[in-house]
Unconditional design. Structure first.
Length: 501
């Protein structure tokens, strides 16, 4: 009964004309950037962070959330039609989705992807609504030691589940933690790592780092590659699956939703890992594995459901514990701090309308995406023909204006340019930037809780292992490190991410 009252509160806040408009804009932008190869949700949300300064908190977060799960929908369109995944999580969609299109079933493939995504998004949203309140109650029992241990576990999990080299992921986490230390120490008032540069005394703005490492670096990376010629067929076919396709799809949708809902909560996992896991499972349990990669509906329905479910449930650790599970959630924390909202259990207690409006808006946004995506396929096909060299000057200008509007300081533009070049070099060295962003966000929080725990225990470091919950979380982190160090697990991990690379 209490859950229904909370959902009613969220619905009354979400269906205001202003919030509906920004939900719609988020869904449209998300679909657009998901469709256009080379532009993902992380760079887009990073570029739009300054815009949230002038928006009400609820409207800004609803729009950013719409961009995130809208990109999951949009990425499948290009993956199916032209074998170019607009979003990383849509890489697996290419395998069977594009083959269905080549077999004259593009419309059916698009419908399966859209309907499976809607079902998964709806189920995951209700899971978020059901599990967020009890998890929030548990979070209120956390002290500084428990929060420190939780953040350590989250960072370890992000390293374990990051694609590529473990050593590189650890290094990126450490670099992120160090960047988070730049500025004036709030406890002692001493300046740290500012190199006597006055502009660095307040630290490096989170939005500047995000727009440089993800926005500008992504532009440089795309310009360095040869632009692919896109051959698009206008033959879409009927926009609904036949009986056989429906029969083969719906069990995969249910399994993909379950996998995505679970893996979306894990730090660093999210939509990418869940889509690969779903495809692997479908291929393992089928009686006809030879059909996969040749246009099997289950090979499309499972991963598409999984990545959308993961996109929704990744909000659970953000809203209940204040811990980002991926780079997009780290950016959402940045948007919250812009409005002086403390991420974590305090959101539900101090801003119940924002909390429940955000959850309800996810279901509304998923409905909007189903209604919008299929009729607008013709428009999306035309947009695919726009060359990237035409898009990048506008994106660069948008980045510069956005960064300057933060503090009206030219120094921020220079910093963004530096992080853009460094981010591009990291890409060439195959260093994933997402762990760095998690380190930047969690670094100050990690330090603050570490200091508070020692202050309360009068300098006794054993407080982290004598408190049961804190000790359990640290043991979990240690277990993850030992697990991923095993040769067999290490080999499996490399195989799981080989297709993503």
């Amino acid at each position: 009964m209490e859950l229904l009252q909370h959902l009613a509160l969220g619905l009354s806040a979400a269906i205001t004309p202003e919030n509906l408009f920004y939900c719609f804009m988020g869904c449209i932008l998300g679909t657009l950037i998901g469709i256009l190869p080379g532009i993902g949700p992380v760079p887009t949300i990073a570029m739009l962070l300054p815009l949230t300064y002038v928006l009400p908190p609820t409207a800004g977060l609803i729009m950013l959330a719409g961009i995130y799960y809208g990109a999951q929908y949009g990425g499948s369109t290009t993956a199916i039609l032209v074998a170019l995944p607009g979003e990383t999580s849509a890489v697996v969609t290419v395998l069977d989705g594009h083959q269905m299109a080549r077999n004259g079933r593009a419309g059916s493939a698009l419908a399966i992807a859209a309907l499976g995504s809607f079902f998964a998004g709806t189920v995951a949203t209700f899971l978020l609504a059901a599990f967020a309140p009890p998890l929030t109650e548990i979070a209120f029992k956390f002290g500084p030691a428990e929060y420190f241990s939780l953040m350590v576990t989250g960072l370890v999990g992000a390293v374990v589940l990051a694609s590529g080299s473990l050593i590189k992921a650890i290094c990126m986490i450490i670099v992120g933690l160090l960047i988070g230390l730049v500025g004036t120490d709030v406890n002692s008032g001493v300046s740290r790592f500012d190199f006597n540069i006055p502009e660095l005394q307040d630290g490096i703005d989170f939005a500047v780092i995000a727009m440089g490492v993800f926005g500008l670096a992504e532009i440089l990376n795309n310009l360095a590659q040869r632009e692919k010629r896109v051959n698009i067929t206008d033959k879409i076919g009927k926009l609904y699956p036949n009986k056989q396709e429906f029969k083969e799809s719906y069990p995969a949708v249910i399994r993909g939703t379950a996998i995505g809902s679970a893996l979306g909560i894990l730090p660093g996992g999210g939509a990418v890992l869940s889509s690969f896991a779903s495809y692997t499972l479908e291929k393992k349990i089928t009686r006809q594995p030879e059909r996969f990669g040749k246009g099997h509906p289950a090979g499309l329905a499972g991963p598409e459901s999984a990545n959308n479910a993961a996109a929704q449930t990744s909000f659970i650790p953000l809203l209940t514990l204040g811990i980002p599970s991926n780079a997009v959630m780290a950016l959402m924390i940045g948007a919250m701090t812009i409005h002086n909202i403390q991420p974590g259990p305090q959101v539900m207690a101090n801003h119940p309308e924002l909390f429940w409006a955000l959850i309800v808006s996810m279901w509304i946004g998923n409905l909007m995406l189903v209604i919008l995506n299929l009729p607008l396929i013709g428009l999306w096909i035309k947009l695919l023909k726009v060359p990237y060299r035409v898009l990048f000057p506008a994106i660069t200008l948008f980045c510069v204006i956005g960064v300057y509007s933060l503090n009206y300081n030219v120094f921020d533009i220079y910093m963004m340019a530096i992080f853009g070049i460094v981010g591009y070099l990291w890409t060439k060295l195959r260093c994933e930037a997402a762990p760095l962003l998690l380190g930047v966000v969690l670094g100050p929080m990690l330090e603050e809780n570490f200091r508070r725990a020692l202050l309360l225990s009068r300098g006794d470091f054993s407080t982290f292992v004598t408190r049961p919950l804190s000790a359990s979380l640290l043991l979990l982190a240690l277990f993850l490190i030992l697990l991923v160090s095993l040769p067999a697990i290490k080999k499996k991990r490399e195989e799981a991410f080989v297709e993503e690379d």
